[in-house]
Design a protein around this ligand. Structure first.
Ligand code: ZN
Ligand code: ZN
Ligand code: ZN
Length: 371
């Protein structure tokens, strides 16, 4: 090494050191897309099949057929529930960025419910730190407005997930501390409330009820998460406008309604719950369908049992299913038009495990005869 060369290099600051950090790609994309999208006051399902199948599906079918997680948007705040396998990429695919995540709720520590907690935390860490680095450089020239609050997240976690994330995240609230039958405010604007109850699934597993509040009224969404049917379940979910039920695999004994599954709702659990509770809208989620894609057949039979007099709307869930928080309107998967949920037909895919589509009456012919 020659002395002059070494000294010369050290004296000149290489130009790359004064460049913006990569964070600007993420933030530019976010800024551009924000104007084009409409996610306000919507529920977006990003959950496909249950944990018994995603690893098969990802190989045999579509890497996004499993998914993990639900996203609720209310008054500019984003609530993520159970970010399982592939949630983060699905979230970005749906034009939702980390700044759109304010609250993360994890009901239990199974990979289809919490695998992407680490990814979210890691992205949060990177964004905050890259911004600090960028700000540090630019603040020597300009006054930089701090936007770190944009990446602030409040975490409501089951105890096992909280333990797993110990030391990696801040603002953690164990769900076990909230099972007191009361509604807890989970947004600083006091417009989102949550009630938590224990479920029959594994150590530290919970179901939730979310209250989206407006001046004159509120919309209540219940989520069973994974649970066997139990006596108090219907009381815990009383008065919901919409319910998201995780059904899992349907077995012959419980399909005949002779018994219940131990740790999942199954067919009998869903029907039994809907016999007692009559939400305007029910979304059946987390199918296992290990013996073939029977999502529509299962839902049709749940409707037959529970819908005859009630005129409830019961839909099979799919990644991308988007419904207004009011539970009254939703987007047609083909034309993108937002119409009354009563005018939407769910259309099964032409192949097993492919995407379900939700189409308006104008698009039904185009969708083909797959009802
Ligand atoms: Zn699950
Ligand atoms: Zn589970
Ligand atoms: Zn349409």
């Amino acid at each position: 090494m020659n002395d002059i060369g070494q000294k010369g290099y050290l004296d000149i600051i290489p130009p790359f050191l004064s460049k913006e950090t990569q964070i600007h790609y993420y933030q530019d994309l976010e800024r551009n897309i924000k104007f084009k999208r409409n996610i306000e006051n919507q529920f977006i399902c990003m959950k496909g099949f249950s944990s018994s199948t995603p690893l098969f599906h990802s190989v045999a079918f579509d890497e996004f057929s499993f998914g993990g997680g639900l996203y609720f948007r209310w008054n500019g705040k984003g609530v993520v529930v159970d970010p399982g396998i592939g949630f983060l990429s699905l979230m970005h695919k749906h034009n939702i960025f980390l700044a759109d995540v304010d609250i993360v709720i994890v009901t239990h520590s199974h990979l289809d419910h919490n695998q992407d907690v680490r990814s979210i935390a890691s992205l949060q860490y990177d964004l905050v730190n890259q911004r600090k680095r960028t700000n540090k450089f630019f603040s020597s020239f300009f006054t930089v407005e701090s936007r770190d609050s944009a990446y602030h997240i409040e975490w409501y976690l089951d105890e096992t997930t909280a333990e797993m994330m110990k030391g990696q995240i801040e603002n953690v609230h164990p769900l076990g501390d909230m099972c007191d039958g009361k509604t807890h405010d989970i947004s600083s604007a006091l417009d989102i409330g949550m009630r938590v109850f224990t479920t029959k699934h594994c150590d530290f597993s919970y179901g939730i009820k979310l209250f989206f509040k407006q001046k004159n009224r509120e919309f209540v969404w219940g989520y069973t998460s994974d649970t066997g049917y139990f006596d108090g379940l219907s009381d815990n979910l009383e008065g919901c406008d919409a319910l998201v039920l995780n059904i899992s695999e349907v077995d012959s004994a419980e399909y005949n309604r002779e018994q219940f599954k131990e740790n999942h709702l199954g067919f009998n659990g869903c029907v039994s719950l809907l016999e007692k509770n009559h939400p305007k809208l029910t979304v059946i989620s987390e199918f296992a369908c290990m013996r073939g894609d029977n999502r529509h057949l299962i839902v049709k039979n749940i409707v037959r049992y529970s819908d005859e007099q009630m005129k409830l709307r019961i839909l099979p869930a799919e990644i991308g299913l988007t419904i207004d928080i009011s539970g009254e309107m939703m987007k047609c998967s083909i034309c993108g038009e937002v119409v009354s949920i009563k005018e939407i037909y769910s259309i099964r895919s032409e192949k097993d495990y492919w995407k379900i589509r939700y189409v308006c009456k104008d698009c039904i012919i185009q969708a083909g005869n797959f009802r």
